[in-house]
Write a protein that binds this ligand. Structure first.
Ligand SMILES: Nc1ncnc2c1ncn2[C@@H]1O[C@H](COP(=O)(O)OC(=O)CCCC[C@@H]2CCSS2)[C@@H](O)[C@H]1O
Length: 331
């Protein structure tokens, strides 16, 4: 198989790359890429990003959040995680078959001494621990099969990044399937390093280097950059494309007990309700409309609250306390 070089470790660029190559490359033979992201959470096409990422942790640890075009759940990437993508011409989408398309990676892993097994789900495991998650997307006669390889990922950071409350969100969005994960490094021959592991996979998959490299043109690279900027790096894609959902939360503060109920479409609030025993000086319903069309983020909600703080609509419950309720994380 020919090898394609991706460009650095920016997750917006790499996910744009996957998507663009699926619809534009049109290879006559299978080709593949090995690439890495700096810290990122990559959510599936049909997921509710708000319900998958711990936004406070993401913001304070410089984690990128990107929606990909394939289905499945949310995964965490860092420099200890390796991604692979296969682009394969196929007869029709009915040939989509995980076992078949993960097979070359399975063989490459065995060739370098990793005893991986293919599971009934779309995972690879070693010793009962998930070391690779996979997903696919078909478009116009081509299949993109991509997956992860946990070489030496910070599992603590993975768990923290994905630590979100299930109970607060209701929607038809695809849910992630939590798994017991492991790092390949712990099962690998002692002399293998991240670099030599990547080199070995590349060597094996290119038939000992004989298949060479497919080099993208400047034009192709600038189209990919454009797609990155216009789609994959935007809030509207990464958050706004979440299927519509409702959110509820409950809190008890010195100023009273409060329940919020919010409906969200395209990442924006379409309906909102507050209930509780707080004694507002004015009725919060007077400002209800001001929340509509606002992004479902604590910052955007805070903006609305701050504009109206003179009204004391929520008694002695502070705006910071209220904004805090618009978070999905479990902390
Ligand atoms: N990097 C990584 N690799 C393997 N498993 C992971 C990873 N990060 C998290 N997890 C575990 O998988 C579940 C989610 O499993 P779930 O089965 O829901 O989702 C997936 O596996 C999707 C794989 C997508 C691969 C793409 C390839 C290139 S861009 S992303 C999560 O809750 C964790 O327990």
């Amino acid at each position: 198989m020919q090898f394609i070089n991706y460009l650095g470790q920016d997750a917006y660029t790499n996910i744009a790359m996957d998507s663009w190559l699926l619809t534009h490359l049109k290879p006559t033979e299978p080709v593949f890429a090995l690439w890495q992201n700096k810290r990122a959470v990559i959510v599936g096409r049909n997921q509710n990003t708000f319900a998958e990422v711990n936004q406070d942790y993401i913001d304070s640890h410089d984690v990128q959040v990107v929606r990909r075009v394939s289905g499945g759940g949310a995964v965490y990437h860092d420099e200890g995680n390796i991604c692979f993508t296969f682009f394969v011409p196929v007869e029709n989408s009915g040939t989509v078959n995980f076992k078949k398309f993960v097979q070359p990676m399975y063989e490459a892993l065995h060739a370098v001494g990793i005893n991986a097994e293919i599971t009934g789900r779309n995972d690879l495991e070693v010793d009962g621990k998930k070391i690779s998650g996979n997903a696919q997307r078909y478009a116009g006669g081509y299949l993109m099969h991509h997956g992860t390889l946990l070489w030496d990922t910070d599992v603590e950071a993975m768990i923290r990044s994905l630590n979100v409350s299930d109970e607060k969100f209701v929607s038809k969005a695809a849910k992630s399937v939590r798994a017991r994960v492991g790092n390949i490094k712990d099962f690998a021959p002692n002399d293998l390093t991240l670099e030599s592991f990547i080199d070995a996979l590349k060597y094996y998959l290119t038939d000992q280097g004989k298949d060479g490299e497919l080099v993208l043109s400047e034009d192709q690279l600038s189209s990919i950059k454009k797609l990155r900027d216009e789609q994959f790096a935007t809030w509207d894609w990464n958050y706004g494309e979440s299927p519509k959902f409702s959110f509820q939360n409950h809190a008890k503060y010195a100023g009273g007990v409060i329940d919020i109920q919010v409906n969200v479409e395209n990442g924006k609030i379409t309906d909102i309700n507050f209930q509780g025993d707080f004694l507002g000086v004015r009725d919060w319903r007077d400002i209800q409309d001001q929340f509509l069309g606002v992004e479902f983020t604590p910052e955007a909600v805070m903006n609305v609250l701050e504009k109206n703080k003179e009204g004391q609509y929520f008694g002695t419950i502070t705006n910071a306390e209220l904004a805090e309720m618009f978070k999905g994380d479990l902390n």
